[in-house]
Design a protein around this ligand. Structure first.
Ligand code: XUL
Length: 511
């Protein structure tokens, strides 16, 4: 029996999930929660105190990998039967390595831990992550140098959290450390490099989130790289299709019980992996992922870009392209509203919707506690069109959920209409949210059994690339729809009217 392992290195945790692709079952699952299990490292903080800046310590991800495998082994997970590994990482975040990294990766010593061995390979102690929006100046500079083709060729206009602008800021603020940087990885390719014991390439799915990959030629764009930071092209690993075998598992990991012949497949971004893990790699199906951030994504065919500039184009791991729109104030905002209202999840999830009417009498609240990505708003703060602070808890909750979902609808319009939307992520267990999604979009909403769709997608990628299993069979067995929410036409009319109110609130909020 041979198994495949999918890993997902996200903002708040590292997850591992082993599948038996032939049987179509999940055989083991494990999570390392950064805040709980590794509180000595920062997962999202501002080294300079600028609230728009958000970095993580890359050694956190290294420590998490050691801990995850230690725990999986201790719990008896069948690591010895794993023949293929793929993974996904939070998108856009970057890791900076010096010229010692090659020898360090190649010579990992099982007698020592990973953290002490990797520390000397870093040319930068922190990694800017996707929550960072501190690079507006750098975005303006690259846009001015490249012009409109930045969006048409890379799939997105200059975006603050995208890696190109982040690298430019590093080059400007720490030129000596930039010069001492031999390779710049994404979180995904960095984690893959640890597993392989050599520099891993970056797949098209995640590379497209850098504002550096030309999606027409599927190669790094030399002029855009040079306009972002001098000599950048020479510091980037190769860009490759997601279906690329990138090496064998480093002998370092044998100590956890892995065999000496495990194939590593290229890692990708968490959203591209979720496209696979939700079974949405065929056209016609859209996905709403309700995680730390909320994202809306689907296969994109033919290639086109968002006229409003909020949406992005990434590589679809199974070939072609996918589109994605990201809303930063997702679950963290929902959790905060729930906490501030002093209610439990059951109230938030069900009771609040029973106590309030669809449309909430036009009362809406945008929970932009952090600078928002879509639409781009750099000044944080909740925006409501009613006296939010003095309203009943149920009214506040409906106002936030309806505003979040109307925002997803407005900003995904450029992609087209969908009859079916699959929902994944932690908040997809909320029936109130799921029914509101069905009503706002007037689409059938489906949930799938596994909420960790990125880790599942990564395991499916490994099973496809290494084990030659078909995506159709993998999706059917591992990502079937388990519950369906049907749209209510009367609610649809209410939300159609509420769209104008939403757009007015958004326009005021943008200032
Ligand atoms: C996508 C994005 C986020 C991260 C979260 O563009 O920024 O969804 O990938 O991990």
């Amino acid at each position: 029996m041979s198994y495949h392992l999918g890993l997902d290195s996200s903002t708040q945790s590292l997850k591992g999930l082993i599948i038996d692709a032939a049987a179509g079952t999940i055989v083991a699952q494990m999570t390392v929660n950064f805040a709980k299990d590794l509180p000595q490292y920062q997962a999202a903080y501002s080294p300079s105190g600028d609230p728009l800046e958000k970095h993580a310590e890359p050694l956190l991800w290294v420590a998490a990998l050691d801990l995850l495998f230690t725990r999986m082994q201790a719990e008896g997970a069948p690591l010895d039967r794993v023949v293929g590994i793929a993974g996904s990482g939070q998108q856009h975040g970057s890791v900076y390595l010096n010229s010692r990294a090659d020898a360090i990766l190649a010579g990992l010593d099982p007698a020592k831990n990973l953290i002490e061995q990797l520390a000397p390979a870093l040319s930068r102690q922190t990694s800017p992550i996707w929550m960072d929006s501190s690079t507006s100046a750098q975005c303006a500079e690259v846009s001015a140098a490249i012009g409109a083709r930045l969006q048409t060729d890379t799939g997105s206009p200059a975006i603050e959290r995208f890696t190109g602008a982040q690298i430019r800021k590093f080059y400007q603020q720490e030129p000596a450390a930039y010069a001492a940087t031999a390779s710049i990885h994404l979180v995904s390719s960095f984690m893959a490099s640890l597993l392989c014991g050599s520099h891993a390439p970056i797949d098209y799915g995640d590379a497209a989130g850098m504002n550096l990959l030309n999606l027409h030629t599927l190669t790094w764009d030399p002029a855009i790289c040079e306009a972002s930071a001098p000599g950048l092209l020479g510091k980037l690993p190769p860009a490759v299709p997601t279906h690329t075998v990138i090496g064998k598992l480093s002998p370092y990991f044998a100590k956890y019980g892995f065999s000496n012949d495990v194939t590593i497949s290229a890692w990708t971004g968490d959203n591209p992996a979720s496209l696979v893990g939700t079974g949405a790699t065929r056209p016609g199906l859209a996905v709403v992922s309700l995680g730390t951030s909320d994202t809306f994504f689907a296969v994109l065919d033919p290639y086109r870009t968002d006229p409003e500039g909020c949406g992005h184009v990434f590589g679809n791991p199974t070939g072609g392209f996918m589109c994605l729109t990201c809303f930063k104030n997702g679950s963290l905002a929902r959790e905060r509203v729930c906490e501030e209202a002093g209610v439990d999840w059951t109230f938030f999830d069900v009771t609040a919707f029973q106590q309030t009417p669809v449309g909430n009498h036009g009362q809406l609240a945008l929970p932009w506690f952090e600078a928002e990505i879509t639409p781009p708003v750099l000044t944080p703060g909740l925006r409501a069109n009613f006296d939010f602070a003095n309203a009943a808890a149920a009214t506040r909750i409906r106002a936030v959920i309806e505003a979040q979902i109307l925002s997803i609808r407005v900003h995904s319009q450029w992609i087209g209409n969908f009859e079916t939307i699959r929902v994944t992520g932690g908040a997809s267990r909320s029936t109130g949210i799921l029914q509101t999604l069905a009503n706002v979009f007037q689409a059938t909403v489906e949930t799938i059994a596994v909420q960790d769709s990125a880790a599942l997608g990564a395991a499916m990628l490994a099973a496809h690339v290494v084990g030659r299993h078909s995506y159709a069979a993998l999706s059917k067995a591992l990502a079937p729809a388990i519950a369906t929410f049907t749209p209510d036409p009367a609610s649809g009319r209410i939300y159609q009217d509420l769209l104008d109110t939403y757009l007015q609130l958004e326009a005021t909020a943008k200032g």
